[in-house]
Design a protein around this ligand. Structure first.
Ligand SMILES: NC(=O)C1=CN([C@@H]2O[C@H](COP(=O)(O)OP(=O)(O)OC[C@H]3O[C@@H](n4cnc5c(N)ncnc54)[C@H](OP(=O)(O)O)[C@@H]3O)[C@@H](O)[C@H]2O)C=CC1
Ligand SMILES: CC(=O)N[C@@H](CCC(=O)OP(=O)(O)O)C(=O)O
Length: 345
């Protein structure tokens, strides 16, 4: 059994990790931290876990995480970078769901996250945890930078087109919508029921930190300079993310050939579903599952290709993806513990 620690067990991605890992056949939950809920049984806070998790939360300074084989950080940016050096030195693998190790360039990280990076020496060894595009490196990684939720949709949607050199890399557009759980469980005015329900708005239009993350990753797959305009929106739902991606074709290609390109790219992927051409994937078709679904469109008379991508921001966008990485790092079949079908309605 893999002994698992979770730092930040009271947040939305933390409780999602608990849901997935408590049912994982090869994982044994060993340590779950909370600064505020030290001593409280996990199932008292989250009754959905009654009968599944019998541990209590521990304050981070009261627990020896070095006893774990792997520690997940489901914490705000800046927490993992403080603790990862000692854990890695003790032989513990680390999977960070935050952005501490996603950007290779320290200055870019500090510009966007507005905190100093305290473990820049680890940036080079950190492996970006997007299994569909980085599987071999993840298998031997000791430190995983789990991707952001929006970047997962953008990369898996644009990648086949960029790799095949079919689109203008300099004019990519992503118009994406997230459910409110994407903002976490912490109290904030913008996520109050009366602010976020029956309401719809864009944010971060002038610049969102997921733009440099996504651009840097996409740049790995093309020699042309990647230019990405990304606009996130908050929608009045709890879970789910929908990205509408636009790319300008530079080659004359049929719809059938485009569809075949995506189907071939993802044919062996357990968590990417290429739907029939012209489909309209719904966020609820991924709710609670680790599946990302996408569909291609060609607006009549246009040289643009439109890719619709949906996922559950807390699963494929965060905790499920992190467990997918754990499976790879420990030599397990990649889908272990991740075969849930989405919840309808
Ligand atoms: N929500 C989402 O859809 C996604 C989130 N992410 C990223 O995952 C991370 C976690 O997000 P999310 O679960 O939504 O956040 P939440 O705000 O819901 O939870 C944060 C957790 O971190 C703990 N925490 C906060 N500060 C510290 C600290 N200084 N030391 C130790 N623990 C701390 C909190 O617990 P306590 O206060 O009890 O200690 C809480 O359990 C973030 O970096 C986020 O950007 C990534 C992809 C998607
Ligand atoms: C709705 C909402 O607020 N979403 C978050 C994204 C959460 C996430 O995936 O981002 P990081 O891990 O990079 O923080 C946001 O836009 O900041």
């Amino acid at each position: 059994m893999i002994k698992v620690g979770i730092v930040g067990g009271t947040g939305y991605t933390g409780v999602e990790l608990l849901r997935l890992l408590s049912a994982h056949p090869d994982a044994q939950l060993t340590a779950i931290t909370s600064r505020k809920e030290d001593g409280l049984p996990v199932a008292d806070m989250f009754p959905s876990l009654r009968g599944h998790v019998d541990l209590a939360f521990s304050a981070p300074d009261k627990i020896d995480l070095a006893q774990c084989d792997v520690v997940f950080f489901a914490t705000p940016h800046g927490v993992a970078m403080a603790q990862a050096p000692a854990l890695l030195a003790a032989g513990v693998k680390v999977i960070d769901l935050a952005a501490d190790f996603r950007l290779k360039d320290q200055a870019t990280f500090e510009k966007w996250y507005k905190i100093p990076h305290t473990a820049p020496e680890l940036l080079e060894q950190a492996v970006y945890g997007l299994p569909e595009l980085n599987r071999e490196a993840i298998k031997s990684a000791k430190l995983i930078a789990n991707p952001g939720c929006y970047p997962t949709t953008m990369q898996l949607g644009f990648y086949p087109l960029l790799k095949a050199g079919l689109v203008d890399a300099s004019s990519l557009i992503a118009d994406a919508k997230s459910g409110v759980s994407g903002a976490g469980r912490k109290a904030e005015i913008g996520t109050l029921f009366s602010e976020s329900s029956d309401n719809f708005k864009a944010y971060g239009v002038a610049g969102h930190r997921h733009t440099p993350e996504t651009s840097a990753q996409l740049q790995r797959y093309t020699d042309d300079k990647v230019g990405l305009v990304f606009t996130p929106h908050l929608v009045p739902m709890i879970r789910g993310m929908h990205a509408t991606l636009y790319a300008r074709l530079t080659t004359d290609i049929s719809n059938e050939a485009l569809q075949a390109l995506f189907e071939q790219q993802y044919q062996d992927e357990p968590f990417v579903d290429v739907m029939p051409f012209g489909s309209h994937p719904e966020t609820r078709s991924t709710r609670g599952s680790n599946m990302l679904r996408l569909a291609l469109h060609r607006p009549d008379g246009s040289d643009m290709v439109v890719i619709l991508v949906v996922q559950d921001n807390l699963v494929k966008g965060a905790a499920g993806q992190a467990v997918q990485c754990m499976n790879l790092m420990f030599g397990l079949p990649e889908s272990t513990g991740l075969k849930h079908i989405a919840l309808l309605p």
